[in-house]
Design a protein around this ligand. Structure first.
Ligand code: ARG
Ligand code: ASP
Length: 712
């Protein structure tokens, strides 16, 4: 009887403080604690089916792709799916004017045509273990932070060395819960990965930066690769003799689609979240730093747009710069909007009030009493330095001329004692830099950007706390004019000339250049006035965050906590569902090919539709990939907690079958990296049926679909 009581209490405890469904990035080896909730939400498989070290499980099909995305294996021959934007670099590297795979797509019609991708690797997680006790052995409360760090590093080194003796895998140890727990990861890294296929950009990147972070979305954001191994299935460097990798498990693919409300989960590698920050930090990020960054980037993008619209050459030159500046710009706009809409700061403050009361409630909680005050103090102290850093990065170094000059800083500092070989090596690298820079450089844009950014920099940073060069400026237009006309870094021939036969005595030519002087003024200011403060304040903050994390866990012993994302494999789950982004506005959870035709505009680059796709649409030639409603579904949203790095991750149904590839979030919910709100945070995936339709019907690469396991 007593026993039963214990079990009931345990069940109550486990189901009490459950994080809101949808929220959470769970450690796969601990998924048994989520299993019940997942099954209640509709899951038909078990935690063991997802992660097991005793038999094959879904985890054997998931990889960290290229260091920044997720990929999944979908056949017994190492066939891998990820996003188009994840394969982009490699697609681009194989592209030339004659073979423009970015524009036209690429399809290997047999294995011999698959393209090796030097530098690309995929990582399989073979096993993870909790090593917290081992790593925290010998740690005491009275240790200084340095002593603690040294001890932990020593424990990590020893543990890795010991485990390395007993395993063929790559061993690493990572902190979780901000250093309150440590897990060991056994990984296997495969380096022969080949490009198998990708759609043209006007499918793989349909909607481009205009639609980025936005729902409704119609992007066929996928590409196909294949992992190769040696004859025994082990990792091997590229060789023509390598064979397709045979996984312990590949994902099955469902052609059934998903209905609103269906259970779904994402299995992949989220990179970074900060869910346990104090209110002051969230406020600083969402209401100070992000808006400044958004404002500066928005002004830069306006200038890019103006010139890009005028000239197709400039449009291409600035496409990639536009994409990378624009990605953060739109995301952080959403963060600020979301935090305020959701009253994120106030909610954190309300929690902190409770926390403080709790801390004062018992003597053994003394270490938490000053925590919130100290956060306040440290973050406030950090503020001017964060601002200085933000302006340096977003205003100063955003000027291409200054950034480019900075690439020569090392060379400008060589002396007659530097071996000529070293100098030659630097020069060789710089020659490539120079070529790449000028290929995509348009001086009128940069001049206008510089005038605008220097003006903003001057306005925002007080005279006694900014790089010297700013204080020498009388008239910004005039200053920029002189800077650009006098610097050699705007002139490819001059830069090449200096690099040819470069000797130590030539450093003056670099060091005295006005653009280099601006660069040095900024870096000098940062080094002498900013850097040390940022490091030491962040040291304090890291220590306090670790303690605060522990405090939150101590205070809510019944709540199931998940650790912030740290580029380790996680499971996150929720439902396929649309949302209401604003009063009066409702978003359906899926889009169709109809929407692509609605968006079509031959004059707008992002909305050009491939003739072949139109033909298939007109004939409604969707084959078995059509939804039961007769349309071709393209993308769908779900309330699954994802972040950067989850791109390319499989989104799976209740049976663990592939429904689609995650590739983005709705910008209204990008605050999910700081606070998750199940009402407004949605991830976006491309429907696997659209992916297969493109491979099979559009590209005629049916042989790839035939390798996969399709569940109709
Ligand atoms: N916003 C997505 C992410 O953060 C996709 C970015 C790539 N797509 C684009 N149109 N730029 O990575
Ligand atoms: N687009 C992101 C990625 O590339 C995913 C996200 O931030 O939601 O990983």
């Amino acid at each position: 009887m007593k026993h039963l009581h214990y079990i009931i209490t345990l069940i109550l405890i486990l189901s009490a403080g459950i994080a809101k469904a949808g929220e959470g990035m769970w450690i796969p080896m601990l998924l048994q604690y989520n299993e019940k909730e997942m099954q209640e939400m509709g899951m038909k498989i078990t935690a063991e089916d997802i992660y097991s070290i005793n038999h094959s499980s879904l985890k054997d099909a998931i990889v960290l792709f290229g260091g920044g995305c997720t990929g999944e294996i979908v056949s017994d021959y190492g066939l891998l799916l990820t996003n188009h934007h994840c394969g982009y670099d490699h697609i681009q590297k194989h592209s030339s004017v004659e073979h423009d795979y970015l524009t036209n797509g690429f399809w290997a019609m047999n294995r011999g045509e698959e393209l090796p991708c030097p530098g690309l690797s995929v990582i399989f997680l073979r096993e993870m273990r909790d090593v917290t006790e081992r790593i925290l052995t010998g740690i005491t409360v009275d240790m200084s932070e340095d002593e603690r760090q040294a001890k932990i590093e020593d424990n990590i080194k020893k543990t890795i060395a010991a485990i390395e003796k007993e395993t063929p895998y790559k061993v690493s140890i990572k902190p979780f819960f901000l250093g309150n727990e440590y897990y060991l990861l056994l990984n296997e890294v495969y380096t022969d990965v080949r490009l198998v296929g990708c759609p043209p950009s006007n499918i793989g990147k349909f909607g481009g930066d205009t639609d980025n972070w936005v729902w409704p979305r119609h992007t066929g954001d996928f590409s196909v690769f294949r992992v190769y191994a040696d004859k025994d299935g082990h990792p091997a460097v590229y060789s023509a003799d390598n064979v397709p990798y045979k996984p312990a498990k590949h994902l099955d693919i469902s052609l059934k689609g998903a209905e609103e409300g269906d259970f779904a989960f994402v299995f992949g590698y989220p990179a970074r979240t900060n869910e346990y920050l104090p209110a002051v930090a969230v406020d600083q990020e969402a209401n100070l730093i992000d808006p400044i960054t958004v404002d500066l980037r928005g002004k830069v993008l306006d200038i890019y747009n103006k010139y890009q619209e005028q000239d197709p050459k400039v449009r291409i030159q600035y496409a990639s710069k536009h994409a990378s500046i624009g990605n953060g710009w739109k995301k952080w706009m959403g963060v600020t909007e979301g935090i305020n809409h959701f009253h994120g700061v106030e909610k954190k403050q309300a929690f902190e009030k409770d926390f403080q009361e709790w801390a004062l409630g018992a003597r053994n909680r003394y270490m938490y009493i000053d925590l919130l005050n100290n956060f306040e103090k440290n973050y406030k102290e950090l503020e001017p330095y964060e601002l200085a850093y933000t302006y340096m990065a977003e205003a100063g170094l955003r000027i291409e001329l200054i950034n480019f000059a900075g690439r020569f800083a090392k060379l400008s500092e060589v002396t007659k004692d530097t071996p000529q070989e070293d100098i030659n090596r630097m020069v060789d690298n710089l020659k490539t830099t120079v070529k790449n820079f000028f290929k995509d450089y348009y001086e009128p844009i940069d001049r206008e950007v510089a005038t605008m950014l220097i003006g903003e920099y001057l306005k925002a940073q007080p005279a006694d706390f900014r790089p010297d060069f700013l204080n020498d400026i009388k008239d910004v237009d005039d200053y920029v004019d002189k800077l650009f006309s006098k610097s050699m870094f705007t002139d490819e021939a001059k830069v090449k000339d200096v690099l040819d036969n470069f000797k130590a005595k030539d450093t003056k030519k670099l060091a005295n250049d006005p653009a280099m002087k601006v660069y040095q003024s900024m870096i000098g200011f940062y080094r002498s006035e900013v850097y040390d403060h940022i490091v030491s304040l962040n040291d304090n903050i890291d220590r306090m965050r670790r303690l605060y994390m522990k405090g939150q866990m101590d205070m809510q012993p019944d709540k199931r906590f998940y650790p912030d994302a740290n580029f380790t494999l996680r499971v996150t789950y929720g439902k396929v569902e649309g949302f209401k982004p604003q009063d009066g506005k409702t978003y359906r959870h899926f889009t169709t090919l109809e929407g692509i035709m609605e968006k079509e505009n031959p004059d707008i680059y992002d909305y050009v539709v491939e003739p072949k796709l139109k033909e298939l649409y007109n004939k409604k030639d969707y084959g078995r990939y059509a939804d039961k409603d007769g349309t071709m579904h393209v993308a769908f949203t779900a309330s699954v907690h994802t972040t950067g790095g989850n791109s390319g991750s499989p989104i799976l149904n209740a049976e663990g079958q592939l429904l689609g590839l995650n590739f983005d979030r709705c910008w209204e919910g990008t605050m999910s990296d700081l606070i998750y709100d199940p009402d407004i945070c949605r991830n976006i995936s491309v429907d696997i049926r659209y992916v297969l339709f493109i491979i099979d019907k559009f590209a005629g690469a049916r042989h790839l679909v035939d390798e996969m396991t399709i569940v109709e």
